[in-house]
Design a protein around this ligand. Sequence first.
Ligand code: MSP
Length: 518
Amino acid sequence: MPKKFYLTTPLYYVNDVPHIGHSYTNILADCVARFKRLEGRDVFFLTGTDEHGEKIARAAEAAGETPQAFVDRISPRFRELWAALGVSHDDFIRTTEDRHVRTVAWVLGRLKESGDIYAGEYGGFYCTPCETFWTEAELKAQPGAGSRLLCPSCARPVEPLREKNYFFRMSRYQAELVRHIEMNPGFIRPEARRNEILSFLKGPLNDLCVARPKSRLSWGIPIPFDPSYVTYVWVDALINYVSACGLGLDEGRFGKWWPADVHLIGKDILRHHTVIWISLLMALKLPLPATVLAHGWWTVRGEKMSKSKGNVVDPHRAIEAWGRDAYRYFLLREVPLGQDGDYSETALSQRYRNDLANDFGNLVNRTLSMVHRYFGGHIPDPNRAGGESPLKGQALELGPRVRECMDQYLFKESLEEIWKVVERANRYVEETRPWDLAREKREAELGLVLYGLCEVVRILGVLTEPFLPDTARAIDVMLGADLKVGGRWESACRWGSGRPGQRLGSLAILFPRRETDG
Ligand code: MSP
């Protein structure tokens, strides 16, 4: 297994504070990062903020601030949210940082030298909310376009543009791009997104405008060979994936981490990541990332979130009401990766009550409280009864099954595998009725039953960590932390790490009843 694992999230625009949609990408990424660390891999998990461009310049102006003061004020709101959610990124890059600005200049210089950038005349349209150039043909191809020209991505009005500009010869890389996507089925995931890009690439690919004249927009990174232009914000932002690991500045570091193992993104920015970014890398003759993984969108009661509708959900509020593990669990469990999901307090409260409190919390609580009640808080000896716990087989298969799912980025399915074991263990409690065994003083059998349940709880405590980090930590403490000595992954794949006689820590309720819990 290769040791290093490099994963990224998009850089978030700082024109506004983060909402649940943004938190989704980072929770998925955090889950992957934690899982890879659990497997023993050396992980570099990158996130950050996208701070240049027209959209930000306008937002700063509307707030009556300089762009720099504005981005300095909003960027920390993203960091705060990641801390509140337990997101374990290793680096947070801002596109206004010197390390990034230098790499962008380095990349543009290289592309100019290689003849991949040329000067020309641009005539087309620009969507500021998406920071995207569109041709008239693309706008007209929209169903029902008529005479109103709207952005094909966000359906807002676009602005006509005619200007001298610099272009990246993206068309040069079209054939190579198609070949790469066709030869590497896992490169764009899920499959439906791969097909979307392949069909987009059936048409001709235009060269890409890579600059904005300073006379129109000054908030950007100067083009090194023409200071009257700044870098197009998408080209600027995409380069973060290589600037953060040292391209052009620290070759040792760059060689260690690049190429990325996965870029996590939302489906709306798929073309930017699979067409613009990949052709830029091809032009730079750099290795390509292994996977671009596009997730779906979250709506709220069936509607797209927007400030004007007043339906934007603040993740801090949800965390306060349900706790961050429940919030993470809901987002990871509710929809299969790639599909859209609908966020509602009702759906979250059902997951909280059923899956977390009644299934998982109950299993941990009843198991450990019986060990306290019947064995004075010491792990019982399973050997006095002879025989093997019937839970062992399924529990030992769980690690490999979760790994199989996580190798394919199947978050919901991983949790379903885990919950099969939770349900099986709860059924086992009902079937064996340990309270009757205790009353009838059948201590040897009781020991075997509770030892098996403790082992299941221990294994679940390890394997749920990427999804529910606080809960996993709480289980550690309740079990007495040194039950997990040794490699954590190995300990999840072994039966019998819990030592008879070992003293448990004190008990805590994992998912208490909530005020809001109807
Ligand atoms: N700045 C660019 C990305 C540059 S990456 C080099 C950008 N920023 S964004 O803030 O608009 O969006 C960032 C991510 O948030 C995207 O992946 C987008 O899909 C995701 N989401 C924004 N709203 C969302 C939902 N309502 N639901 C799910 N994810 C959504 O694009």
